[in-house]
Design a protein around this ligand. Structure first.
Ligand SMILES: [Zn+2]
Length: 469
């Protein structure tokens, strides 16, 4: 080659016939150029090597030693992405490797982090669908199916006394495979937690006239404590104003498990309290002549249950396993002064209504060692209460530990008492009709807070109002 190029020089350049042709400046420059070219080329080949560009969706992401090492990097990114879910992630991205030459000294291979930033990954996960909408995504279809099963099981404890006939979902529930980004996938524990919590919606409620915490709870099908909990810093005593905005957190279940079955429960038969006159006792004195004891019965019923609440129940069998024993209270001969003028009779009660639309704070019967002669109905200071039935007011005024109280005689030996009132709206001798407002709730007499103490008396002796309402 060198010889050939020299002969070309010889042929075309007459000055080459001179014996000193090599001293020509053109020859020297040309020759040096040839040597320089060969020298740098050799250096280039020695200090560089072949590599590959990693190209994701048409974009050069970086350089890898070769296609094999690039594939390994991609694979470990996919494994990493699915690791917490126990699966390997996948990608729909177009990945190609293009030939590259790299300078060995400056070679910086692409990192897993750089690939992660550019590569979109997905996993084939198992979704729980509600009304055909994928709602919760689990790592696999099997896990989605298993979760639905264990959610159903969580509400049902089959046993000898609880035979379950059928379990189903009220909603249209299914499972399906979905392609999702790994960070959208939940663990079975997380899904179970969400299902148990339900769908929490925050809503604002505007206080209406006559509202109380209790009434707001009742209107919204919630418990009073749930309403208070949604309004931090409030208690039952916190006053609310008309038009005031308060928070309610309404929880609707995502899924409703409907179970039907037959169950047998043991129920307590509470003992009755009866009184007898004992002339050896002085007026107003009482003593327990016979201690009462509760009885027991087995009640078998079929039921329909939605999640953890029984929504319908029908009794198929009742068996008393232990009879209750009456509590007999001996009393001094004189009747209490407050009902002295009440009628006497058969004691047949019918159509007694609730004097206050409220819940019971304390029941009739022996409470921490002493007899509670009525029921305590929760109320706020000033709440109006009404006559339980038509009748004649036989007492209206101060009654010692009863505070301001009213006794209404309904005839036939039946009378009712309303105690601890803040204000009495009727007076002795007045005729009242059922449902007529007769006083306002208060906390007078022996009382720890505003409530209505309500008694039903038959021929002067108190009976359990709940047996007569
Ligand atoms: Zn009471």
């Amino acid at each position: 080659m060198k010889k050939f190029s020299l002969s070309l020089f010889l042929k075309n350049k007459p000055w080459l016939h001179s014996k000193e042709w090599w001293k020509s400046p053109k020859v020297i420059v040309g020759t040096l150029t040839v040597f320089l070219f060969l020298g740098s080329g050799g250096y280039y080949l020695a200090s560089s090597s072949s590599a590959a560009y990693l190209v994701i969706n048409g974009e050069q992401v970086g350089i890898v030693v070769n296609e094999k090492s690039g594939q390994d990097l991609i694979q470990s990114v996919l494994e990493e992405k699915g690791a917490s879910l126990g699966v390997i992630a996948k990608t729909h991205d177009k990945i190609v490797f293009e030939p590259a030459r790299i300078n060995k000294d400056e070679f910086q291979p692409v990192t897993e982090e750089e690939i992660q930033a550019k590569l979109s990954t997905y996993i084939e996960a198992g979704a729980i669908t509600i009304a055909d909408q994928p709602t919760f995504v689990l790592p696999t279809l099997e896990e989605a199916q298993k979760l639905l099963q264990s959610y159903q099981d969580s509400f049902n404890k089959p046993s000898d006394s609880n035979q379950i006939t059928e379990v189903s979902f009220e909603e249209n529930v299914g499972t399906q495979i979905v392609e999702v980004s790994p960070d959208k996938v939940l663990t079975p524990e997380q899904v179970l937690e969400k299902l148990k919590q339900g769908n929490i919606q925050k809503i604002e409620y505007t206080v209406q006239s006559n509202d109380s915490w209790w009434l707001i709870a009742r209107k919204n099908n919630m418990l009073t404590m749930e309403v208070l909990a949604a309004n931090p810093g409030t208690t039952l005593d916190t006053k609310i104003k008309l038009g005031q905005k308060i928070n309610l957190e309404k929880v609707t279940p995502y899924l409703t498990v409907v179970s039907t079955g037959t169950r047998t429960d043991q129920e307590t038969l509470p003992f009755d309290v009866v009184s007898k006159t004992d002339s050896s006792l002085s007026s107003g004195q009482t003593k327990i002549a016979q201690a009462g004891s509760d009885g027991q019965k087995d009640v078998t019923y079929t039921y329909v249950q939605k999640n953890d609440k029984i929504v319908s129940k029908s009794i198929v069998d009742e068996k008393v396993t232990k009879e209750p024993v009456d509590q007999v209270v001996a009393k001094g001969p004189q009747k209490t002064v407050y009902v002295a003028s009440a009628s006497r009779g058969s004691g047949r009660v019918s159509g007694l209504g609730w004097p206050l639309n409220s819940h019971i704070n304390s029941y009739y019967g022996y409470r921490s060692g002493s007899m509670h002669t009525g029921i305590d109905l929760a109320g706020h200071l000033g709440d109006p209460f009404v006559a339980a039935a038509s009748g004649k007011v036989v007492s209206a005024g101060w009654g010692g530990s009863y505070g301001n109280m009213i006794v209404i005689d309904h005839g036939n030996g039946v009378s009712t008492r309303y105690a601890h009132s803040s204000k009495l709206l009727v007076s002795v001798g007045e005729s009242v009709t059922k449902g007529q407002t007769i006083g306002l709730v208060g906390s007078t007499g022996n009382s720890t807070g505003p409530h209505l103490h309500f008694e039903v008396m038959i021929n002067g002796d108190t009976v359990n109002p709940l047996n007569n309402l």
